[in-house]
Design a protein around this ligand. Structure first.
Ligand code: C2O
Ligand code: CU
Length: 566
């Protein structure tokens, strides 16, 4: 196995990714940041220098499990101290499983500032993919606001809150276009006037003539088969991906081979990644749109577009059709049906650690996590079992390892809760702040039921994509309403549940997962919507921390880990 070495500088940057300039964060001047390319089993070394003049930074390697290196997981308050301004920190970890992953800032809302990039892990020469393709393409999908992450974050923590609202633009590989009502939009519009463009659904969106926000172009050779590596790194948005005119065959989810199935549009929640195959077998005299639309929230953001360029057509040849339309944002039946289609590909369990099947024995521990929106001291917060997570100054990994303080264990499921009659959160005065962790026995099998509640408005319930660090989990099932353990645990899929690292929890519904707590460390488990995590929607899981030989000194130095001698 090889060592893949990268040197990165994180800086503030003025960028115009959707043609409107804003303050953002870039790596080596790029958004998305440089792509990490490695082969399964390789060691990735990233020497990162924080050149942000006034704040710390960390980078999380999403989907990489960090066996033996939990301190390089890159989650502030969990695995390490933020890297101070002006300092250099080196991440070193093994990419143990081929697949499509990504990295992103994990301190405050730095992902929303543009701090993200792709991680592509290929198979070693002695292994073959269970499908054929000629070439591969990776696309990071995200959302974008014109307000800086600082305004967004302060707004969420204000009374009354100033929500970030819906994104101004959707980005494909860091390129988008702000809505056509902008004056500067007039130079490149296609079949309509600027005014028409903002109102007519048939109008083809226009592109301002600013090369920084030219659409991303995906060149393809007619007749060839492509493997598209897709990941949703959005701060807020669930997305639906469409390749105009082309059917896609989904072959991999979060780095795991799945039984292939065809889709005309693909739901992809923040934190998830997919590989899909498509054949460039359409009429080659024109180009096509690659498109993303918002799912799960009433969208006000225009379709995000890139151009699939059928060579040798010019990349400037805009597709002659309107932006592709996704299923209705609130068609949760369609979303759930698609989520249920994922089953592992027989004989190709990529999970080496647990053998071929999901552990069937009764779980060592079942945790029910109830999600509610609450008010604490007038601030609107998200809470899990009535506790709204506050990132502690001392990374929990170090706090456990050195017994620095007594770490509270968060509450178990509130007894006898009834989702349909949850206390209206305005009246819910029980929520409090917490920075604790659920502690598992090393090697224990854990079931987690994530039970959605409702928002402050009891008629509303949001979709939350939940992501676990340091593990992959089996998705045992989804359901509507209140989870009833006697009834619903019988419906769990224990035959062929898919392994994932991010699972959607549908409005007013529940999702059930199972994992083995076999990776010594402290691991965030949280809603991957950055705004929700910033408002407390997350928990920490800890296991086997005392088995770790030592923590690298550069990961320490903040909170209670400050050096006591100078
Ligand atoms: Cu991709 Cu804890 O995040
Ligand atoms: Cu959420």
């Amino acid at each position: 196995a090889a060592v893949r070495y990268y040197e990165w500088s994180v800086d503030y940057a003025f960028v115009s990714l959707d043609c409107v300039e804003k303050l953002a964060m870039a790596i080596n001047g790029q958004i998305p940041g440089p792509r990490v390319d490695a082969v399964e089993g390789d060691t990735v070394v990233v020497k990162l220098t924080n050149n942000l003049p006034t704040e710390g930074v960390v980078i999380h390697w999403h989907g990489i499990r960090q066996f033996g290196t939990p301190y390089y997981d890159g989650a502030a308050s969990a695995s390490q101290c933020p890297i101070n301004s002006g300092e250099t920190f080196t991440y070193t970890f093994v990419v143990d499983q081929a697949g499509t992953y990504f990295y992103h800032g994990h301190f405050g809302m730095q992902r929303s500032a543009g701090l993200y990039g792709s991680i592509i892990v290929s198979l070693p020469a002695n292994k073959v993919e269970p499908f054929h393709y000629d070439e591969e393409i990776s696309l990071l999908l995200s959302d974008w606001w014109h307000k800086s992450m600082y305004e967004q974050e302060l707004g969420l923590h204000s009374i009354p809150p100033r929500y970030v609202g819906e994104p101004q633009s959707l980005l494909i590989e860091g390129r988008g276009k702000y809505n056509c009502s902008l004056d500067e939009c007039s130079s490149f519009h296609y079949n309509c006037t600027v005014d028409e463009c903002s109102t007519s659904p048939d109008c083809i969106p226009c592109w301002p003539s600013n090369p920084e926000c030219d659409p991303h172009v995906i060149p393809v050779h007619p007749g060839k088969t492509y493997r598209l590596r897709l990941a949703n790194v959005a701060s807020l948005s669930a997305l639906n991906f469409i390749l105009e005119g082309h059917t896609m065959t989904v072959v991999m989810a979060d780095g795991h081979y799945i039984e292939p199935f065809e889709v005309s549009n693909l739901d992809i929640y923040s934190g998830q990644s997919y590989c899909v195959l498509f054949n460039a077998n359409r009429n080659p005299s024109r180009n096509y749109w690659a498109a993303i639309n918002v799912r799960g929230r009433d969208p006000t953001t225009p379709t995000g577009l890139a151009i699939v360029q059928y060579l040798p057509n010019s990349a400037n040849l805009l597709p002659p059709s309107p932006a592709p339309v996704s299923p209705a944002w609130n068609d949760f039946a369609a979303s759930t049906a698609q989520a249920r289609k994922y089953v592992p590909r027989p004989g190709l369990h990529t999970e080496h650690r647990y053998g071929k099947v999901v552990p069937k024995r009764a779980a060592g521990r079942t945790l029910i996590l109830l999600l509610t929106q609450n008010k604490i001291d007038g601030y609107i917060k998200w809470a899990v079992n009535n506790v709204s997570f506050v990132p502690p100054a001392t990374p929990l990994l170090a706090a456990f390892k050195f017994n620095l303080k007594k770490i509270s264990s968060p509450p178990d499921t509130p007894p006898n809760f009834d989702v349909s009659a949850l206390p209206a959160a305005t009246a819910n005065i029980n929520a409090s702040y917490g920075s604790g962790a659920y502690v598992f026995k090393l090697g224990e099998t854990v079931d987690v039921i994530i039970q959605n509640g409702h928002n402050l408005n009891p008629d509303d319930s949001d979709l939350h994509p939940w992501h676990l660090h340091g593990h992959h989990f089996w998705v045992l099932g989804y359901g509507n309403g209140k989870f009833d353990s006697r009834r619903h645990s019988k419906s769990f899929n224990l035959i062929n549940p898919p392994l994932r690292n991010t699972v959607p929890v549908f409005p007013f519904g529940w999702s059930a997962i199972r994992f083995v707590a076999d990776n010594p460390g402290v691991w965030p488990f949280h809603c991957h919507i950055e705004e929700h995590f910033a408002m407390g929607m997350g928990v920490m899981f800890a296991e086997g921390v005392h088995q770790l030989p030592k923590l690298p000194p550069p990961t320490l130095g903040c909170g209670l880990t400050k050096p006591t001698h100078l």
